[in-house]
Design a binder for this molecule. Structure first.
Ligand code: FE2
Ligand code: FE2
Length: 420
């Protein structure tokens, strides 16, 4: 999707403009095979290899219930068969690793998620309470501060809010990661508790930004709502292909990207004179920061347990490009709405192609990719390539950013057709 006023001269620059980067010329085959030196591989699992390619229906266990009324524990049986790779998976070895990480994830539930409910922050804590005496004055002051925001900041905030509001898509995505998936909807597995807890925290982000924007009276809420509905119904494909390793590289990357974006909007809001929005965006960035830590710790442990498989997934996902979650965004009129939003965000310095390259560099550094030892020839090649990717992307990003800064403004239905 490219419009006459947003054209770029190279495919790499165009990809960066979309918040992604140019793919390297490699084919990205699915990671079906894990290294034979896998530390968690057991003889029982090895023995099950011969039956792996055969689909096994997920049915209640054959054993008779202990009492007449007792029902077989369908989920316990599912997990047992999943962990022993009796069920057909695309990535059986990765499911083993994911299963072995469950105690670590259980610990993260209390360390990296906040308590739920009364003790947690809620969107209502940051906006005027319309049930209280004097709410009219409070709303008036709230709107006066919001009136100081430039249209460009408002547009970027709407784009961020729409992205957060597509949360159903992201919870669906997490449930496609093999070994992490919730087979019932109320699974007591640590992975599933994590996903539900994470979703409950993320749900506040879209709610709060939506409520803020509504109260400012500065945006066309109907157009914004149409955009949210379009985005959720379109979905998105981040090319994770059910691979839990790629899934946690993706979430590690995206949580940092959203943290950076919200922090930058907070800074712009504070500078403009809207401390309310500054506080709101900082609070949300705090959640993203905790989530970032969790996902990065998970992938670090994946690398410890399966360095070859982890490196391969990391490299393939990065060269396939990180697809931005709101890439399918449209208001029903502008088919290039995401590109336009991305240009405005880059011009404002909220989230740029340089940030993309820096996030990749950050991940390579905190996962200490350079010093992973004991690799096979293939693993060492992925390691070497990953260490070179960041600087290479940074060069492309700087070139594309220069071009983006010269691009013209676009009319946005979100702000009643004004240009930003
Ligand atoms: Fe969020
Ligand atoms: Fe997040």
């Amino acid at each position: 999707m490219e419009t006459s006023n947003t054209s770029t001269s190279t495919p790499g620059a165009k990809a960066l403009l979309r918040g992604t980067v140019a793919a390297l010329a490699i084919s990205s085959s699915l990671a079906f095979v894990a290294p034979s030196s896998h530390p968690l591989r057991s003889t029982a699992v090895a023995a099950s290899r011969v039956t792996r390619q055969r689909a096994v229906a997920v049915e209640p266990p054959a054993a008779a219930p202990a009492t007449k009324d007792a029902k077989p524990d369908w989920e316990a049986d599912f997990r047992r068969r999943q962990a022993s790779n009796e069920l057909m998976h695309v990535y059986p070895d990765k499911v083993e690793v994911i299963t072995s990480l469950e105690p670590m994830v259980e610990g993260m539930l209390t360390k990296l998620l906040l308590p739920t409910g009364e003790k947690a922050w809620q969107p209502q804590d940051f906006v005027p309470d319309l049930t209280k005496e004097g709410w009219e004055e409070e709303v008036k002051e709230f709107r006066e501060k919001a009136a100081t925001l430039p249209d460009e900041t408002l547009v970027v905030l709407v784009g961020d809010m729409v992205t957060e509001e597509a949360l159903p898509t992201y919870q669906t995505l997490l449930n496609t990661f093999e070994g992490v998936d919730d087979p019932t909807g109320t699974s007591p597995s640590a992975w599933c508790k994590w996903t539900r807890g994470w979703t409950s925290e993320e749900n506040r982000h879209g709610d709060l930004l939506n409520r803020y924007l509504y109260l400012t009276g500065r945006v066309d809420m109907r157009s914004v709502e149409c955009t949210i509905q379009h985005l959720i119904s379109s979905g998105f494909n981040p090319k994770i292909k059910k691979d839990p390793y790629k899934g946690f590289v993706y979430t590690s990357f995206q949580e940092r990207a959203t943290k950076i974006s919200h922090q930058n909007v907070a800074r712009l809001a504070n500078n403009a004179g809207d401390g309310n929005l500054g506080l709101i965006c900082s609070k949300i960035a705090g959640d993203e920061s905790r989530h970032e830590k969790a996902y990065q710790a998970i992938f670090k442990e994946i690398l410890n347990r399966d360095p070859e498989g982890g490196l391969k997934s990391f490299y393939e996902l990065m060269t396939d490009q990180i697809t931005m979650p709101a890439v399918m965004m449209t208001d029903g009129h502008d088919p290039d709405l995401f590109e336009h939003f991305s240009i405005t965000a880059q011009k404002l310095g909220v989230y740029t192609a340089v940030d993309y390259a820096n996030i990749l560099d950050h991940l390579v550094e905190i996962w200490d990719i350079e010093h992973i030892g004991g690799l096979s020839g293939e693993g060492a090649r992925y390691q070497e390539k990953l260490c070179k990717l960041g600087p290479r992307y940074l060069k492309l990003a700087e070139m594309s950013l220069d071009r983006v800064k010269k691009m013209p403004k676009t009319p946005y239905s979100w702000i009643h057709g004004r240009m930003a």
